[in-house]
Design a protein around this ligand. Sequence first.
Ligand code: NAD
Ligand code: FE2
Length: 382
Amino acid sequence: MANRFVLNETSYHGKGAIQEIANEVKGRGFEKCFVCSDPDLLKFGVTKKVTDVLEKAGISYEIYSEIKPNPTIENVQTGVKAFKKSGADCIVAIGGGSSMDTAKAIGIIIANPEFADVRSLEGVAPTKNKCVPIIAVPTTAGTAAEVTINYVITDAEKNRKMVCVDVHDIPVVAVVDPDMMSSMPKGLTAATGMDALTHAIEGYITKGAWAMSDMFHLKAIEIIAKSLRGAVANTPEGREGMALGQYVAGMGFSNVGLGIVHSMAHPLGALYDTPHGVANAILLPTVMEYNAEATGEKYRDIAKAMGVEGVDKMTLAEARKAAVAAVKQLSEDVGIPKDLKNIVKEKDLDFLAQSAMDDACRPGNPKDPTKEDIIALYKSLL
Ligand SMILES: NC(=O)c1ccc[n+]([C@@H]2O[C@H](COP(=O)([O-])OP(=O)(O)OC[C@H]3O[C@@H](n4cnc5c(N)ncnc54)[C@H](O)[C@@H]3O)[C@@H](O)[C@H]2O)c1
Ligand SMILES: [Fe+2]
């Protein structure tokens, strides 16, 4: 089978990139924007940085902000109604993964109304039409939802996060401006940055990885390892590096898949509302140890990209240890908790493991886990 690659039509990178949004809206002939953003971003004036650009250019817009972190089916369905009422012809998504994912689901349902129940979109959805054109503006440096063909919606009734994969949802334009991320507090910067590192590492070792995705993932690991500590300290170089590094990781993993760090993190988001990046960051080193035997020489490359010295002279076992140690060190340096003691309740382990087994990211894991393996992995962090 041929390898497929899907990326944005156009993307802008660097400080001040949001100024380009007005030209893109006008150049594409759009008349009204449906702005998807969450309530905190409105409150902190982050959304306003972009709506000011629209206003200055005389572009009309309407804001939709009923979006919670780990967005729900209800957030999407209310958004579909609001979009229909608005008379808009494009979506400007401003926010982290939650705002961008909600925007994608709304855009898909508007163009494919037979999926209005949302649940039928889980997995690889057989939609026929491209979603409403989306201009995506990330405000976190993590999910890379602006360049991925995925979105994640929580089914609150079933306590499940649904991973939806659909080429029709790729934003036509991504605007990756580090100034949109500079207001992130330390903890959010660390968590979302570790999400990006998880994408790069899981994408590099996933079953479907190949030369082109490897190129993106190795570069992303290198940029993120160099930039995340600085971003947490709010340096301009750190912010710029993370804006780019997370995007480059997204260019890769969106096209090849992930693994069980994500499968095990999703149920924690669904059941306990654990921030996605925190869940990933805690699980990553432990799952890396579990997967090591199925990764050939790849951990040697990861260790090198993480900046470990002398990797070429190490035995394979030493190089694998060094890769895991470098990830652990970065996680500790940016203040991520070491274990799941304050998050996971023992009585939920069976439910969590079954959800992880059913998750769309699980088949991509380099090693095929049993449900018992997953339970043991969670338990090792309690
Ligand atoms: N589409 C994908 O490919 C993909 C990949 C990974 C994760 N996800 C999903 O994305 C969601 C997580 O997204 P996220 O980690 O970007 O966080 P988020 O969008 O859930 O935002 C978390 C919180 O941070 C705040 N925030 C965001 N940017 C800010 C800024 N610049 N300044 C101050 N506060 C800010 C938000 O208001 C919100 O309260 C999860 O649902 C996850 O499953 C999607
Ligand atoms: Fe993620």
